[in-house]
Design a protein around this ligand. Structure first.
Ligand code: GDP
Ligand code: ZN
Length: 319
């Protein structure tokens, strides 16, 4: 039988819902596939591989995986093959019992508002650093553009354009940027993150009426004894592509990272690495530090460097 290809959009008790061009097929996994996977999966980054390996023992297939399957009956099939992953987003669930796993996320749409609430650049840095360290491509959406003048918008967001990030001005109420966002989402797997109140739900609804994500109140619901799933799912977009819906993703944040690796989260600092006097420079107080020199020379923005210092000491305290 000819194998078909699709994307796993949901996984529940060993049944995988595969979206094959708008056609949903409920698949089981071929019995011996679990073993094969260990050899076919391409690891993305050494840091994440250990975590992925451990989780794979409980669930060998993640939402977002591209699979080849045989459709045995209409709407039912057997997964025969999992294609190599290019990214892996992993989060431990509440009390470590569950986890959120989405493979092959192409981009994270980081939503902030131009006003109400006004952009908090320190908070945006946290999202950007988390995305960089996960190896995920970040796009900044500046929503509520209708509330500010051009000059204020530029003053707040230009520094991030200068870093090389794509900043899309949008307004869920006026319709600005919606077509551009759709174009970016088309045929890709995207995640929407950002603080609450910035207009994520409104934007999703403007992109596709009815499109909404589950909220991330995992802890609260669990305390009441209700089982709240933290498992991921992908919501298909009518124009092509998927939006990742995972409560864990809503709490997108900097995970415990080796403080020495933090600098990789600041893209403008990466090219300076290796140019400090000391090979193990932490870029905090060392003499002849290339990053501190770049700050003094106005090449690295002082506010970004301050962000680095704050996150560095936070990671040190958590370690
Ligand atoms: P979320 O918490 O990020 O999902 O934010 P919501 O979508 O719930 O929006 C928060 C508030 O901002 C609501 O009162 C929305 O009506 C309002 N809002 C959302 N998008 C816009 C926008 O583009 N312009 C304006 N003026 N208000 C918006
Ligand atoms: Zn240094």
């Amino acid at each position: 039988m000819a194998l078909k290809e699709g994307v796993v959009v949901r996984a529940s008790s060993g049944v995988y819902t595969v979206d094959a061009g708008g056609h949903s097929v409920h698949c089981l996994l071929r019995g011996n596939l679990k073993k094969t996977l260990e050899f076919t999966t391409t690891p993305t980054g050494s840091k994440h591989v250990a975590r992925v390996r451990r989780l794979r023992t409980t669930d060998p297939i993640a939402v977002g995986d591209r699979v080849r399957f045989a459709e045995t009956h209409h709407g039912q099939g057997i997964i025969e093959e999992v294609l190599p992953r290019h990214s892996m987003f992993v989060r431990a669930g509440y009390r470590g019992t569950q986890h959120t796993v989405v493979s092959n996320i192409d981009q994270v749409m980081i939503v902030f508002a131009c006003a109400e609430p006004r952009l908090d650049p320190w908070k945006l840095d946290r999202f950007l650093v988390a995305a960089e360290l996960e190896g995920l491509c970040a796009v900044i959406i500046a929503n509520k553009r209708d509330l500010v003048q051009e000059a204020d918008f530029r003053a707040d967001f230009d520094p991030f354009i200068a870093l090389g990030y794509t900043v899309l001005a949008a307004s869920a109420v006026r319709g600005d940027g919606i077509e551009e966002i759709r174009a970016l989402l088309r045929d890709r797997i995207s995640a929407f993150v950002g603080p609450s109140g910035v207009g994520k739900s409104s934007l999703l609804n403007a992109i596709q009426p009815g499109l909404r994500l589950r909220t991330g109140e995992v802890g609260a619901a669990t305390h009441k004894g209700r089982h709240t799933t933290t498992s991921a799912q992908l919501i298909p977009l009518r124009f092509g592509g998927w939006v990742a819906d995972t409560p864990g993703m809503r709490r997108f944040e900097l995970m415990q990272t080796d403080p020495e690796e933090l600098v990789y989260g600041f893209r403008e600092m990466v090219p300076l690495l290796g140019k400090c006097r000391f090979a193990d420079c932490r870029h905090i107080a060392e003499p002849d530090c290339a990053i501190r020199r770049a700050v003094e020379a106005g090449v690295v923005h002082p506010r970004r460097y301050e962000s680095y210092r704050i996150l560095y000491s936070e990671l040190l305290q958590r370690a």
